[in-house]
Structures are given as structure tokens and as C-alpha cells.
Design a protein around this ligand. Structure first.
Ligand code: NAD
Length: 358
């Protein structure tokens, strides 16, 4: 399947991260486009996640920091991207509580720095090349704040971010739109719900619970476990992002979500049930017994839910996985890919609790 007829040069920032690597793998495997991954390789960046495409001639990698303005100009001028897909960010809410400064630097100042480099390059273009250029900013539904029991986030929902992470993403969304309205840079923005799937860093709920449950360790659930998230399988998000970058309307926003609302407790219980079925362990017993309720995250938003009608109607995107099929594939992936996560668990991150206010 090719999402566009001519081969485009696509610069993917943050492409060694969870979603960025899924985008790079999708573009190389399923389209004819060329991909340059630009990544600083923070604790969250991992070249192992790009292993499946590493030897493809249409793929290349550059290690660089989006805060480095001259480097951004240099990379963009030499690669001459048709499209920039901007995913580089600090992405973990709990870490933004422990250390907001890095989120302001990377997500706000970094996005500004990249926008300036993209604008400078775009202004040198002319004709079709200039018209076709796109800057696609990848963002989160957390910018919209917290919902009660009813309602959905649409593209016109007012911003109401409440964590340092979501506030920094909201700021970056505003900058991207401002660079379109003020300077004419052809931008699109997308806001997506919680992703899960292969290659997910095990500080996030789903991979953390899979690995702790496998090892018979406590399964931490914040508060009473009633917070609701709208889960999307990462490969469905990657397909949506490629469509938005290639076919989205300049100046527009697209919400991406799969209508898979679950409470955190339901998510953890579903993982326990899958693991008990495919890899029962007599020493551990039923994994539900490992569930441990812990002090809630400060300012924990109650519910997020996306209305994805626009991207379905305008770009024809439909998710291929339900929560059940996606979760089963994800658990299986972690069982089959121990070296990928064992390296992380033994070094960079060992599963400790993050993001508590004293
Ligand atoms: P991630 O933390 O897994 O990956 C982020 C990547 O950015 C890493 O590879 C890291 O090395 C890189 N990076 C960080 N700082 C950098 C810098 N200064 N310069 C260059 N590279 C840098 O995050 P993710 O979950 O893949 O999220 C990607 C994007 O999608 C983020 O912008 C995030 O806000 C957004 N998003 C995430 C979710 C989700 O559920 N994970 C949902 C919606 C939107």
C-alpha cells in the first residue's frame, strides 16, 4: 500500500521513540517514501526500535538535538525534506511533575527552534516545492484537559492543559499554529489519545504492568483505578499520522482516537487475564492478586475521550485494531522480544515510581 504516488523525503523528529519508530517502520515497510530519523537519543530513544528498517536504503538516521538551531538548519538544508513530522518531545507526565524544566526546553523551546529552521528553509523554496511542503506537529489529547463522564474532545474543544507535560504540548501546538497564521508556514497538527503497542518504554502503564505481571511484581494502579483513557494501538496511530502528513489540509487539526475507553483498572485486569491464559505461572498465581492501589498522581485527569469523526470523514482513516486485538498482540510482543526490554530494565529504568509531589 502506498499513501502517495511520488516518493517524498520525510524528516521524522523523535523517530527513535515509541510512536516515531512506528511511523518510520510504517513509512519504510508500506510506502515508497524516504525517511530521515532525527533523534537526540534521550533515555526514551532507542535505535533497537529501528532495527527492522536499519538496512533499508530509503532510511537514514542522524543524532541531533532539536534545541540546536544551527544543527537543525544544517540537517534540513542538506536533507531537503518535503515533509517534517515532529514527534521529538519529553512525553511522560510523571517525569514532568518531577522535572518540568526539561519539558519546557524540549517541547516548547525545541519546537520553536525547529519551526524557525523549517521556516527559513521553506522561504527558500518556490513553486510546487513550496506549496507541497508540510510541517506536521504531533500532539496529545491531554491539551484539552479532563472530561467528566460524558462528552468527547473534538478539534474545536478549547485547550485546558493541567499537567506540566500537557501545558508544554499545548504551548507547542499554539506556536505551530502561529507560525502558519503569521508566517504562512504550511502546518498541520494532530492530537491523539493514549497509545500502546510494541516498543513502548516500560515506564508507561501498559508495558510496566505486562513486565511486572510477568515477573510476579506488584502492579501499581493510581488512586482507585477509575481514570479513563481512550487507547489506540500505535500502528493505527502511525497510519493516521502518515495520512495526515501526506493528505491533511494545511492549517487544520485532526483528532485521532479509536473509541476504546477503558478505566486503568480494566486495562490492568485485561493484561492479567491474557498473561494468566498464555503463560500461567504457579508460583505467581492469578495475577489480579498483584494489583496494588497506590497514591494517585497529583492533578490526575479523570477522563480523556476523542471524537475521531473528522479524520475518518476527510482522510478515510479507520483503526484496524480493537483494544482486545491490539492488547493481545502487545502482550505477545513483549513475550517474544525480551532482549529489547531486558536491556532497559537492567539499566536506564528499573520500574521505580515517578511523579510524586512530596
Ligand atoms: P517517546 O518519549 O517514546 O519518544 C520521544 C523521542 O524524542 C525519543 O526518541 C527521544 O530521544 C526524542 N527526543 C527527546 N528530546 C529530544 C531533543 N531535544 N531532540 C531530539 N530528539 C529528542 O514519546 P512517544 O510516546 O513516542 O511520543 C511521541 C510524540 O507523540 C510526542 O510529541 C508526544 O507528545 C506525542 N503523543 C504521545 C502519545 C502517547 O500515548 N505516547 C499520545 C499522543 C501524542
Amino acid at each position: 500500500m502506498s499513501t502517495s504516488t511520488s516518493s517524498q523525503r520525510i524528516l521524522v523528529t523523535g523517530g527513535a521513540g515509541f510512536i516515531g519508530s512506528a511511523v518510520a517502520r510504517h513509512l519504510i515497510a508500506d510506502t515508497d517514501h524516504q525517511v530521515l530519523v532525527l533523534d537526540k537519543l534521550t533515555y526514551a530513544g532507542n535505535l533497537d526500535s529501528l532495527q527492522p528498517v536499519a538496512n533499508n536504503p530509503r532510511y537514514s538516521f542522524v543524532r541531533a538535538d532539536i534545541l540546536d538551531a544551527s544543527r537543525m538548519r544544517e540537517v534540513i538544508t542538506s536533507y531537503r525534506p518535503d515533509i517534517i513530522m515532529h514527534l521529538a518531545a519529553e512525553s511522560h507526565v510523571d517525569r514532568s511533575i518531577d522535572g518540568p524544566g526539561e519539558f519546557i526546553q524540549t517541547n516548547v523551546v525545541g519546537t520553536y527552534t525547529l519551526l524557525q529552521a523549517a521556516l527559513g528553509y521553506w522561504q527558500t523554496l518556490s513553486g510546487l516545492e513550496k506549496d507541497a511542503f508540510r510541517f506536521h506537529h504531533i500532539s496529545t489529547d491531554e491539551v484539552f484537559g479532563s472530561l467528566g463522564a460524558e462528552g468527547y474532545f473534538t478539534e474545536s474543544t478549547a485547550y485546558d492543559p493541567r499537567s506540566p507535560y500537557s501545558a508544554s504540548k499545548a504551548a507547542s501546538d499554539h506556536l505551530v499554529r502561529a507560525w502558519h497564521h503569521t508566517f504562512g508556514l504550511p502546518t498541520v497538527v494532530s492530537n491523539c489519545s493514549n497509545n500502546y503497542g510494541p516498543y513502548h518504554f516500560p515506564e508507561k502503564l501498559i508495558p510496566l504492568v505486562i513486565l511486572n505481571a510477568l515477573e510476579g511484581k506488584p502492579l501499581p494502579v493510581y488512586g482507585d483505578g477509575s481514570n479513563v483513557r481512550d487507547w489506540l494501538y500505535v500502528e493505527d496511530h502511525a497510519r493516521a499520522l502518515a495520512l495526515i502528513a501526506l493528505e491533511g489540509q494545511v492549517g487544520e487539526g485532526y483528532n485521532v482516537g479509536g473509541h476504546n475507553e477503558k478505566t486503568n483498572l480494566e486495562v490492568v485486569q485485561a493484561i492479567c487475564a491474557i498473561l494468566d491464559e498464555i503463560t500461567p505461572d504457579g508460583r505467581i498465581g492469578p495475577r489480579q492478586n498483584l494489583i496494588t492501589f497506590v497514591r494517585d498522581r497529583p492533578g490526575h485527569d479523570q477522563r480523556y475521550a476523542i471524537d475521531p469523526t473528522k479524520i475518518g470523514r476527510e482522510l478515510g482513516w479507520v483503526p484496524q485494531d480493537t483494544f482486545e486485538t491490539g492488547l493481545a498482540k502487545t502482550v505477545r510482543w513483549y513475550l517474544d522480544n525480551r532482549p529489547w526490554w531486558e536491556r532497559i530494565r537492567s539499566g536506564v529504568y528499573r520500574g521505580e515510581r515517578l511523579g510524586q509531589v512530596a
